[in-house]
Design a binder for this molecule. Structure first.
Ligand code: AQP
Length: 339
């Protein structure tokens, strides 16, 4: 008797092209995406989430360019377009279509409670658009469209995944088995990388450049930014997120890059100043990011290749997305049609 291989679990996650990708995106997302790909245990779908980026005003030529650049970063980090479905979210219209349907099953109150909505409404008080509020609905559509089992996310996205699960359960209760209810997947180093200028806030690509390390930063810039990273005046290397957020962030970064656990790092840096910690963190980050930057330059130089990746990724994604969308149309009673 031949063994039938078990169906692989499906993974879905993406990154917005809302800026230059940061070390936070690398540690919290891309590195995990590559590890999941290499495990061979999953079917992975990783889009560039350009529709999500529209909640904040974007310069059209820059956004257009960043979509390709973000895909080049994906590939430079080690994602293989043959092994995963890599595409651009707006190339598969089913995301927006399902989003509308899901919005009719989402309560305004639950969206208003989202921390990211409150945070971004404060930061962009002149542009509190409806998309900022309904962002989690589009994210739910992204995930549910592919009948996703697992979503690798950083801790900051937990609330949004919870909404996606709630919507799926709510609709399954009414219409039967419509969607797979997705689970969060936290990587082994589920570190939240914090801003270098304000280590109580997460490192974000839409902040000022001194606050983040870009994946494509040159070695001298990485070293300079880390040397200037905000710490404290105590001078003692200790791991304490509350009272020493800056030093803790450096330990988290070094641990995530080098694999050495935090306790061992604290012991090793005992009696040494913050300068030594900053220098070693810079060495580790530079060592990890230099090959990515070099590969990025090669990938981005071949526009035809990149566009081909996006095209074929979108075609493959659309087949899966359409299947779910047809099922949803049918179950909800939308009039059938034949193409
Ligand atoms: N600082 C971070 N630490 C750990 N993980 C992070 N991620 C982002 N920043 C950190 C993870 O990267 C994935 C993609 O995130 P995104 O770019 O789509 O959206 P975001 O989380 O809103 O990232 P930014 O950089 O803060 O974007 P802007 O500035 O545009 O709002 C997610 O899995 C996220 O957890």
């Amino acid at each position: 008797m031949t063994d039938i291989p078990a169906k692989k679990k499906r993974i879905f996650s993406g990154v917005q092209p809302s800026g230059i990708l940061t070390l936070g995106n690398y540690i919290g997302a891309l590195r995990n995406f590559v590890a999941l790909q290499n495990s061979g245990e999953y079917d992975c779908i990783y889009p560039v989430m350009d529709l999500h980026a529209l909640t904040v005003r974007q310069d059209p030529p820059t956004l257009r360019r960043r979509c390709l650049e973000t895909m080049a970063v994906f590939i430079a980090c080690g994602l293989d377009p043959e092994k995963n479905i890599l595409f651009c979210q707006s190339h598969v219209p089913a995301h927006s279509e399902l989003s509308w349907i899901l919005s009719c099953f989402t309560y305004v109150g639950e969206l208003q409670r989202m921390t990211q909505f409150k945070d971004k409404s404060q930061r962009h008080a002149d542009n509190i658009n409806a998309g900022l509020l309904t962002y989690p609905v589009l994210m739910a559509a992204d995930i549910l469209l592919y009948q996703t089992d697992l979503v690798p996310i950083g801790a900051d996205q937990k609330q949004h995944l919870e909404i996606a699960r709630d919507i799926a359960i709510r609709m399954n209760n009414v219409y039967g088995e419509l969607f797979v209810v997705p689970d969060a997947y936290f990587g082994k180093t589920g570190t939240r990388v914090m801003s270098l200028t304000d280590p109580t806030r997460k490192m974000s690509k839409s902040d000022e450049p001194a606050s983040y390390i870009a994946i494509l930063d040159k070695p001298e810039d990485i070293r300079r930014k880390l040397r200037r990273a905000v710490t404290d005046s105590e001078g003692e290397v200790r791991y304490d997120r509350e009272s020493k957020p800056g030093v803790t962030n450096l330990l988290d970064i070094l641990s995530a890059m080098g694999g050495e656990d935090k306790e061992a790092l604290v012991t090793r840096f005992a009696g040494k100043g913050y300068g030594a910690l900053k220098d070693e963190t810079a060495d580790a980050v530079i060592a990890a990011l230099t090959p990515v930057r070099e590969k990025y330059d090669q990938v981005l130089a071949d526009k035809a290749y990149l566009e081909g990746v996006l095209r074929s990724g979108a075609e493959r994604a659309a087949v899966l997305a359409e299947k779910t969308l047809r099922k949803v149309h049918k179950k909800l009673g939308l009039a059938p049609y034949k193409l």
